[in-house]
Design a protein around this ligand. Structure first.
Ligand code: AMP
Length: 584
């Protein structure tokens, strides 16, 4: 299908042709003709990079009335960056639609300016849920006459805690509007929104998770946890031309890695939620213009960054959610280019890697962390290539050439080359002299973390106590079920289980200890108030029933205690490690 066949207005076709759009992307092929001619709601499973902004933006622009100055379309999206990006795209698409005005409203920016703009009138409002809700309550934004309601990156809006605002906004919009919901994933919350606010929606999926996924190679390196940073440096050194986002798990980790990375002389900076908006804008602009080669970022902060030419995505910390991995790796290999998604894992994470491999249906290839010689060789030839391809400023250099040659008199060509290379290279050669092998020697058994396999020396377990045992009809599989249910995860490694009469012990992957205690402590199961806590190092010490053993976690002794409300909802995965709500 060509754009001419979609039925879009000539003014719009002219604008997108000038933008270099030749043919519609798969999602545009499906949405544009439908939205031009039908008022049926639509749900589309689509990620950034698939062309979804044009998929909803072009038909809305086609149908909108330029004579009416009231808001006719409301577009909600999770971040300020995305909001600005959508507005920018809509402005370009409407370059030949005089009188068309798009207003963007988002948190963390002067509200009075946004109010002034709204009062001046515009047909399309693009905003983040918090600010849009605020403006509706202040009665400056009137959405009672909108014809198109668009929820972009709906899953992300839920993850960021905007459920209440979404409900409140949707409740004030007219029933007759057409609602379009775009989401990269379809979690339960999205199904709820779908059934509550959309009618008989046409459901679309863009097939591939993202346009470039086919071109992405998935590599992983297995190292000890303490060697993760050294591995990152080696990867960066081994790909001297890389243009990459390095994903970390938390703001603190992002900050620490970026600071160290910069201190070590890499052309990198950090992007995370602790930075002011102005700082974030500046870092993103430097990265977009390639002044920065590597951006160390959290998932949330990187959301709004629309960069198509990344050569690498580096997972410094592997995400918990396989969908997040797919999302991250889909940021490379776009626009017909190839890309590499690199993951640095420690032994205990290989199980999770396997899950991701299954879900993404991609083969992950184990790579060996390059050694000093390999890196030095790579860097050396990279330097030579750069020397050969550098543009020579004949006029300037020519002036000095006779004196330069005079200074080199008596030296052979190869001596001169050696001197130049040494000048560039001595430091690197020195750094990598006697560099350690960072690879974990043994071939990683891909199933090495089955429940009974404790052969791995890096797996760290914590022993926990729970005040339920045979008396409460608890057995090993019941306990595992309980852990899965309350943790909302199926992949937590569980070690030895010891079920006694009124209490039990079990070992759990130390990474999940705190979350599990938080999720299960005080839960009421069949009328029994659960107490759970850590058994402190009491090697060999067998606690007596009802006896005393040191533990953390506020165990009050005994199994009685007042009945408390069950805390089944939400389970811990919905609390502890959820990205904190952004200001809006
Ligand atoms: P999006 O998924 O909307 O963020 O779009 C990803 C990128 O693809 C943006 O840079 C768009 O400008 C670009 N794009 C969208 N549709 C097309 C198209 N039909 N042809 C070429 N580029 C496109």
């Amino acid at each position: 299908m060509t754009f001419n066949e979609t039925g879009l207005k000539p003014e719009i076709l002219k604008a997108i042709t000038e933008m270099g759009y030749e043919n519609p992307t798969p999602i545009q092929e499906q949405t544009i003709p439908h939205l031009i001619s039908s008022t049926q709601d639509l749900v589309a499973l689509a990620q950034t990079g698939t062309g979804k902004t044009a998929a909803f933006g072009l038909p809305v622009l086609h149908n909108i009335s330029m004579q009416i100055k009231e808001v006719q379309s409301l577009i909600l999206c999770p971040t300020r960056e995305l909001c600005l990006q959508i507005s920018r795209d809509l402005e370009k698409y409407s370059a030949y639609l005089p009188g068309l005005k798009t207003i963007s409203v988002y948190g963390g920016a002067d509200i009075t300016k946004q109010i002034r703009e709204l009062k001046a009138g515009g047909q399309i409002v693009v905003g983040t849920p918090g600010r849009v809700h605020d403006l509706i309550r202040r009665k400056v934004l009137n959405v009672s006459a909108i014809r198109w309601m668009i929820l972009d990156e709906a899953d992300e809006m839920l993850t960021m805690g905007f459920k209440e605002e979404l409900d409140a906004i949707l409740a004030t919009t007219p029933a007759e509007k057409q609602t379009l919901l775009f989401s990269a994933t379809m979690p339960l919350g999205i199904s709820e929104i779908k059934s509550k606010y959309l009618n008989n929606a046409l459901e679309l999926s863009v097939g591939k998770r993202n346009a470039g996924a086919e071109n992405v190679e998935h590599h992983y390196y297995v190292v000890h946890a303490k060697d993760k940073y050294a591995t990152l440096k080696r990867i960066a050194d081994n790909y001297p031309d890389c243009y990459a986002i390095v994903f970390c798990r938390t703001r603190m980790e992002t900050r620490e890695v970026a600071e160290q990375f910069m201190a070590d002389g890499y052309n990198a900076d950090a992007l995370h939620g602790d930075l002011s908006q102005a700082q974030r804008d500046q870092v993103m602009a430097r990265f977009r213009s390639k002044q920065l080669q590597m951006l160390v970022a959290t998932d949330v902060a990187a959301r709004g960054l629309d960069v198509n030419e990344l050569s690498h995505v580096i997972n410094y910390s592997m995400p918990d959610d396989p969908e997040v991995y797919i999302h991250r790796s889909g940021r490379t290999g776009r626009a017909g280019k190839s890309g590499i998604s690199v993951t640095i894992v420690h032994m205990k994470e290989t199980g999770r890697l396997k899950q991701i491999e299954k879900l993404s249906r991609k083969k992950f290839e184990r790579k060996m962390v390059p050694g000093g010689n390999e890196i030095c060789e790579k860097q050396l030839f990279h330097l030579i290539d750069r020397v050969k391809s550098v543009e020579i400023n004949e006029a300037q250099i020519g002036n000095y050439l006779p004196q330069i040659l005079e200074k080199f008199e008596g030296m052979s060509n190869s001596d001169i080359v050696k001197h130049f290379v040494s000048l560039e290279f001595n430091q690197l050669l020195d750094y990598y002299k006697n560099a350690r092998d960072l690879n974990i020697k043994a071939e990683v058994p891909r199933d090495s973390f089955s429940r009974n396999d404790r052969g791995c020396d890096r797996m760290s377990f914590t022993k926990l106590f729970i005040n339920a045992g045979k008396k409460q009809n608890l057995n090993a599989s019941g306990l595992i079920g309980l852990i899965n249910e309350y943790s909302n995860r199926r992949n937590i490694e569980i070690g030895k289980i010891d079920i006694q009469r009124k209490f039990s012990f079990f070992e759990v992957d130390s990474n999940y200890e705190k979350d599990l205690i938080k999720a299960l402590n005080n839960a009421v199961i069949e009328g029994h108030v659960i107490n759970i806590g850590r058994v402190q190092s009491t090697e060999g010490q067998q606690p007596r029933e009802g006896g005393s053993f040191r533990r953390e976690g506020g165990y009050g002794g005994g199994f009685s205690g007042g009945r408390r409300e069950s805390r089944r909802e939400p389970a811990f995965s919905d609390r502890g490690d959820r990205p904190r709500r952004r200001r809006n």
